[in-house]
Design a protein around this ligand. Structure first.
Ligand SMILES: Cc1ncc(COP(=O)(O)O)c(C=O)c1O
Length: 340
């Protein structure tokens, strides 16, 4: 049964497995001070065109979010996020468990707008309340929608005007960068965000994320924060080797483009069969709306998440294509749908 449930269902790209095997007998320093991490960090600095960015490798997305956000904030400071934001809904309150309130903002398409941020700031104006200090976004959003470069720039301006930090969760950044309807490139994130991360777990790596800190004021002692939060891996080389391989050539972007291309094929096929989407997506996650009877039949052959119940008859499901999804899997889904 093929799973469209997620983009982390596959093990790891063969080129990465090969790089890990070929280096397995070499001894290195620990805790991300090995030559592979140093090289990977340099390659990433080249891609984002920011030679003085700090790059840290961390095992997973939740750990990256909570380590970075808690390091960037003072005890009384708080985070603003879309109500669908991953840190607000799906990380077991891990940012809040570090002592920082997360304000959820309603957003049908998963994106934040400057005026919504400004309202939260205006409502929190003195020391009897927490102080909003960091805006958390993900690119793409939880809904598979994308911030344009113009929208990101507007968020940056809003953050500058209100003394806020902008942090972008890039667990699926590759998908955003290679989307047909996206207009951002790697270097934009280094310019517009105080910090962001480049997701490996969902794009060919066995696991791992690369956190990039661009704002000089946030760089000091970050490795202390990592160690204290259990985010500094003794065998950090495993992360370095993977990111080195992903950024040695265009592998990172090629894998993301493949996932987007197959999600687009799947979306077009479903639309051609007469069904609708919750949102038209241009990333590797799509959100078709099906009657319950169709969902029950599809569940016999494929795995996917039921995303949202719209009414007694219809629900939204989420289908995710990955770097390893095959055109055959997509076509089999469409054939099965066509026969229902
Ligand atoms: C946007 C986003 N951020 C963070 C995470 C958390 O990653 P992890 O499961 O590696 O902690 C996910 C995982 O699904 C995600 O989609």
């Amino acid at each position: 049964m093929y799973s469209f449930r997620n983009d982390y269902s596959d093990g790891g790209h063969p080129a990465i497995l090969k790089a890990l095997t070929e280096t397995a007998n070499q001894q290195t320093d620990g805790y991300c001070e090995d030559r592979f991490c140093l090289e990977a960090a340099n390659l990433i600095r080249g891609y984002i065109n920011a030679q003085d960015a700090a790059v840290h490798f961390i095992a997973g997305g939740t750990l990256t979010n909570l380590t970075a956000i808690s390091a960037f904030l003072r005890p009384h400071e708080a985070v603003i996020s879309a109500e669908s934001g991953h840190i607000y809904v799906h990380e077991t309150g891990s940012v809040e468990a570090t002592g920082h309130k997360v304000f959820p903002i309603q957003s049908a398409n998963g994106k934040l707008r400057p005026e919504q941020i400004e309202t939260v700031v205006a409502e929190h104006h003195f020391e009897h309340m927490v102080k909003p200090r960091l805006v958390y976004i993900s690119q793409p959003t939880e809904m598979g929608t994308l911030y344009s470069k113009g929208e990101l720039s507007a968020l940056r301006t809003c953050c500058d005007n209100n003394n806020l930090l902008l942090f972008a969760d890039g667990a699926r950044l590759g998908s955003a960068l290679t989307s047909n309807s996206g207009d951002t490139e790697f270097s934009d994130y280094a310019v517009l965000c105080d910090a962001f991360y480049i997701g490996g777990t969902k794009n060919g790596a066995i696991f791992g994320e690369a956190l990039v800190i661009c704002n000089n004021e946030l760089k000091a002692d970050f490795r202390y924060h990592m160690k204290q939060k259990g985010a500094l891996a003794a065998k950090g080389r495993i992360l370095g080797i993977q990111f080195k391989r992903l950024f040695e050539d265009e592998l990172y972007l090629n894998l993301a483009a493949h996932a987007n291309m197959l999600a687009d094929r799947l979306q077009r096929g479903i639309l051609d069969s007469g069904f609708e989407m919750l949102f038209k997506s241009s990333t590797n996650q799509i959100f078709p709306i099906f009657p319950e009877s169709v969902i029950v039949e599809l569940e016999k052959y494929f795995q996917f998440y039921r995303w949202e119940k719209l009414d007694d008859e219809k629900s939204v499901i989420r289908l995710v294509c990955s770097w390893n999804t095959d055109k055959k899997d997509v076509d089999r889904f469409l054939d099965t749908l066509g026969k229902l």
